[in-house]
Ligand binder design. Sequence first.
Ligand code: AMP
Ligand code: MG
Length: 501
Amino acid sequence: MSFRFDNTYARELPGFAVRWQPTAVPAPRLLFLNRDLAEELGLDAQALDSVEGAAIFGGNRVPEGADPVAQAYAGHQFGGFSPQLGDGRALLLGEVIDRQGRRRDVALKGSGRTPFSRSGDGKAAVGPMLREVLVGEAMHALGIPTTRALAVVATGEPVYRDRPLPGAVLTRVAASHVRVGTFEYFAARNDVERLRLLADYTIARHDADLAGAPERALGLLRRVAQRQAALVAQWMGVGFIHGVMNTDNMTLSGETIDYGPCAFLEAYDPQAVFSSIDHGGRYAFGNQPLIARWNLARLAEALLPVIAEDETEAAIARAVAQATEVIDAFPQLYAAALLQCHRAKLGLGPAGPADDAADTALAEDWLALLHRQGVDFTLAWRRLADAAAGDEGRLRTLFGDTGELEAWLSRWRARCAQEDQGEADAQARAARMRRINPWVIPRNHRVEEALAAASDHDDLGPFQQLLAALRQPYEEAPEQARYAEPAPEEVTSSYRTFCGT
Ligand code: AMP
Ligand code: MG
């Protein structure tokens, strides 16, 4: 089974991770294998769909060339700093260069205790690992940067949570696992040498054009700000709530990582929180851009000694000023990314800066309208595409008070008319809108249903059907209608997701 590993993290970064082996599991059985992703990585999907593949992805057989390590990192969790977190139940097997020449991390999650496990058991359960598959694949199909699941193996042993649950190991593929918390780990130890090494390593992996350049650490901070602004804008565009935006769950690559207590909006509500542990609503839907900025500020602080030319007070003061400028610019970066996202969703082409304020107001007023009337976020956008094609009836049925809707629609139509020459343009707009406004998202009740069948009854049917629908989010196929319907209100109002299980 030939993974072509080239493990720079384990090889080039002493003191960043601990060499460690996965814990063997009693009865590894493949529940999921991502064939497309396997192909992307240059692997033989057919050969991996086997007893041997289950042994590899369950952690019983370390593939040749792998050099498994538990990575060290720290993190701000719900605002409080933990100087040592690290891979408590994960191992980086190594890095594979994919068919396109990109370096991708291949890591196990749920592979047993490590030196970073603290009081945890190092394990994971079937439900949460399959959730990571479903939501990650949905995000990928929606064009949103994300880590992806390569495989899930049932271990054949229980894990003990509030009740015994079937255990699982997930294999996760990521552009890298470098997190804001990785920088915080070395900053907390005043280890400037390793901070510098980590900055250069991250630059080599994600911003190679900055390698060797003067002020490259500041350049890296700027790039991360851009990537996070773009990422969170995309989350906001599909109604995704990450749920636990701790700094250890924010990547430098700009990929979404760690699908724990995540959820999707049903009715639009900026204050929506679904995580059972987010009592203060810190990671509420509408807070996500603010939290991204807060996390970036933690990254900037950690990077300061590397941004500064030397240790003099003057150099540090200059570094603080430069980093502050990047953090202060984040809201504009985010606003620009969100406007770009909203324009596309509204079916509008890029317009001159003179129209920015008007288009921003048009988008905000649409969202305010959805909020006031408790309209389903996903369906509202989707039916707006129908309206662009001339069918406004289906859109109207989503609203209680259509008067308000009419007023907004007339503004939107006028804005569209500025761009259109005729009917063909309107149809092209509708087609564009249907390629960006999904019909199917991972609705929470459907995800739960699929996970319960898999976890409680060992029935993977609902999981597979939902996954197939999520991989075609823009296809309005009648047989997938059940995945497009909103959850009953009583389900959504009591919906809670649980972290890290
Ligand atoms: P998460 O909330 O999944 O991002 O995890 C936060 C931290 O807790 C990381 O350091 C994890 O490795 C650790 N962790 C979560 N669950 C477990 C577990 N069952 N056993 C050991 N460590 C865990
Ligand atoms: Mg995490």
